[in-house]
Design a protein. Sequence first.
Lengths: 505, 145
Amino acid sequence: MFTPVLSAAWDAWSIVFSWPNLLYPVIGTLLAMAFAVVPGISGVTLMAIAIPFTIDWDPIPIVLLFGSFVGGATFMGSVTAILAGIPGSPPNAATIIDGHPMAQKGLARTAIACSGAASALGSTFGVLVLIAVIPFMRPMILAFGPPEFMMLAVWGLTMLASLAPTSLLKGLAAAGMGLCLSFVGYDGRTAELRYTFGIDYLRDGLSLVPVFLGLFAVTAALELHMSRRETISGASDTCQLSGSTWAGIRSVYDHFGLFLRSSILGTLVGMLPGVGGTVSSFLAYGNAVHSSRDRGTFGKGDIRGVLAPEAANDAKDGGALVPLLAFGIPGGLGTAMLLAALTLHGISPGRDLLESHLSLVFVLVWSMFLSNWLTSIIGIAVAKPLARVTTIRSAFLVPVILVLATTGAYLYRTRPGDILVMGLFGILGTLLTTFEWPRVPLVVALVLGPMFERNLQLTSRLTSVGRVDFWTRPIAMTLLAFSCVGLALSWHRRREKRRERGGGV
Amino acid sequence: MITWNRARFVFTLSLLSSACVLMLATPTLAPVSRKVPLAILAPTLVLLFLQLRVDGARAQPSETGPVEAARAVSAVAWLFALLSLVTLCGLGLGSPAFLTAYLWREAGRTAHVALASGVVSLVLFLAFGELLDVRLYDGVLQSWL
């Protein structure tokens, strides 16, 4: 069963690592890295720009180039997230929660190195899983129906809401508010407008990029302005930065169990059509906090909070290729653009591609793999000079962050309304952090909301016509059990803490 | 003068009010479209109300906030200035103007240095737009003129 797969993998390896084919992923990676520094301009934007220029090319260079665009942009987005609190793309938002506080402590180099090592190894894990599951792709994906997708959203939401550091009540309420915001715009089933209040801009709902830029980048800039801190890290010279590159790389070995769990989670979530990297990063982060005994350090610059989302985000690339190649269903925006590029160039995913052109599939896989490693190696190599950003005076950084965020918010869809939304969410984010409300459940609810609603409606409809029995589906039941137990444990832990503080047992 | 805990209470109240507005708009929707929003809004309102009670119980007028109010107002004012400049003059002109003003007023740079930084950023914006063939937002002033 595995012989043709391994043979195709080897053939593709020989193609990718031959001259001049090797040039395409290298150039693609460098371009993606350069583009990813500007928020809102991700690998997706780069692919959109590149399509018209490559329309006459042969399939192999196209697959090599576009594969490297997907892989190359992922890591650089996390570098800006760590250094300035600006997520290069929505999946990098989870890295900000602990990555940016690490930079504030002078540990930017450690965070970047950890991110690079976790990304490279996470992508390797994703590729290995992809090779292993290619023969079993179809049954694995078909095991997930509407009830499972719905419960996956519920699990993600309850897990992240229960992580709210100050209060469970605030976490759940923030998740509820996030879900309510996700209902704004057209209802997919009835095409009826909901909660738009006559504003045309809201017809398509709230776009994630300006919301994320507002909640994270603008909030970070406003907080920096208010704090009167001289620099992000508090250090005015690189000699005062205490982080080390080796400590970051070593953290993957030190927390290998967490790395493995996050990579598995990232790959599995990546395989689910329409779920995407943002969900996998936040789920991995939530899992990291939930599974640790000393969770008090999360959100304050814990390296595990960088490792988990980064491993998951890059591992998902391999997983996301499973539904794309088997059914032509993209797992997220990056793979959707990849699908568009492949189809425009006459390469149609599906059974034919998997059976007759398996080596082309592996050319794509190795291209993404190579670009992930290349970005990580370059990133780790330049971690020290990159960390110097945290020693630049805040008064210079604040306007640059604000201008970059504004530019990114506009460039994503070239809609001026996105700039205003970014500003409003920037103020909301500042108020949320000032009054100790968690931002993560709100953000994740906004991401998971459409998936939750669509699958809840489908499940209830299928149940009413007798096509689905929710209570007899093992995956859905397991996720329901995880959600209930997670909430109960969180409530119990908080009660115990309150008792201890109150001098009780 | 508004105290820290009272500000916290007002913020929760504003979240509750926003949820109430959404709740009031829900009955006008078709039954299929309002089913899920109602199922989420109802518990959210309860949770927000409970949080409001927690915040209300703490709203003693003695405590003052850790963030200086003046600094917070100045942060929001700068954000408002950026949004206004970009909306009026567009990204290409508004952003460099904001950069110049911020560097001059907050970073303590001389007017010349701040202006030079603004000019450099303007050139970068124009080059960026040209190289990527991206049409930057022009602002409402240009459409009026």
